[in-house]
Design a binder for this molecule. Structure first.
Ligand SMILES: NC(=O)c1ccc[n+]([C@@H]2O[C@H](COP(=O)([O-])OP(=O)(O)OC[C@H]3O[C@@H](n4cnc5c(N)ncnc54)[C@H](O)[C@@H]3O)[C@@H](O)[C@H]2O)c1
Length: 269
């Protein structure tokens, strides 16, 4: 056994690293975990108060981090974000493209504004943040980019714009991994299932939490930490030979059909 920190001296940019409400979401947990493992973390969020909450938690654990306010759908904000990481910490090793929003509706219902907003936040932000981070990673001769998709990228789930955008994140991961492998840059994707996080909490009640929990083979409730531990693997050199992969972190939800577990199994089929 070694006590070596898994991200010692690495510099990580995490977008959407605040949380949209009280508690610990995927981005916040990832920022905290990366800092615990020795990374210097740039906490990026459009809501500075949320980012500062993450910073406080990291500083309480003596981690190294700072806040950068940015709207990652904006190219010049993304450019300034990478410049901030370079000027504060001197390099960029890891980019965790975590921001994501959901808007409701079928193709008949969704407004053009909502469609454009979901695509901008969930897809364009990855293109823009990566556009400026990749040259900095090329300077180091290596880098790891982690894109956050969803079970909704693998299955019809929740809403058309969200599902379409999260499938696009998986396609983007293939393409970026193919384009930048020879630069020493790995690009992987995480598809979280149905964890209980501040993003979904406002729409939940106890009954719905039970349904979500029991939908997957493991039958346990996930948290932001489950997503963060998967991100840690992709960020660290332990995954040096892994690129272009989408990993469901979902208690087995993507491995099964709804009939198997949420209905038949509960009736002792
Ligand atoms: N249950 C879940 O939580 C779940 C399930 C599957 C996938 N995901 C994905 O996980 C990711 C987010 O997880 P989280 O728990 O950290 O979410 P969260 O909603 O708690 O936090 C996201 C943060 O992003 C920030 N943000 C939103 N738009 C921004 C923009 N344009 N520029 C900069 N910051 C912006 C928000 O202010 C917020 O603090 C998303 O991509 C989401 O689609 C979540």
């Amino acid at each position: 056994m070694t006590n070596e920190l898994r991200l010692r001296d690495k510099v990580a940019i995490i977008t959407g690293a605040g949380s949209s409400g009280p508690g610990i979401g995927n981005g916040k947990a990832t920022a905290m975990l990366f800092a615990r493992q020795g990374a210097k973390v740039l906490i990026v969020d459009s809501q500075v108060d949320r980012a500062e909450e993450t910073l406080k938690l990291i500083q309480e654990e003596n981690g190294v981090a700072s806040v950068f306010q940015a709207d990652v759908t904006n190219a010049s904000d993304c450019e300034s974000m990478v410049e901030a990481a370079m000027s504060r910490y001197g390099r960029v090793d890891i980019l965790d493209n975590n921001v994501g929003i959901s808007r409701r509706g079928t193709v008949l219902e969704v407004s053009e504004t909502d469609w454009d907003q979901v695509m901008a936040v969930n897809v364009k932000s990855i293109v823009l943040a990566s556009k400026f981070a990749i040259p900095a990673m090329i300077e180091n001769g290596q880098g790891s980019i982690i894109n956050i998709s969803s079970i909704a990228g693998l299955r019809a789930h929740s809403s058309t714009p969200y599902t379409a955008s999260k499938s696009a994140v998986i396609g983007l991961t293939f393409s970026m991994a193919a384009d930048h492998g020879r630069d020493g840059i790995r690009v992987n994707c995480i598809a979280p299932g149905l964890p209980y996080t501040p993003m979904v909490a406002p729409r939940m009640n106890d009954d719905l939490r039970e349904v979500r929990k029991n939908a997957a083979p493991l039958g346990t409730e996930g948290t932001g930490w489950d997503v963060a531990y998967a991100a840690l693997f992709f960020a660290s050199d332990e995954s040096r030979w892994v690129t272009g992969v989408t990993m469901p972190v979902d208690a087995g939800l993507a491995a099964t059909s709804p009939v198997t577990f949420s209905t038949l199994d509960q009736q002792k089929y």
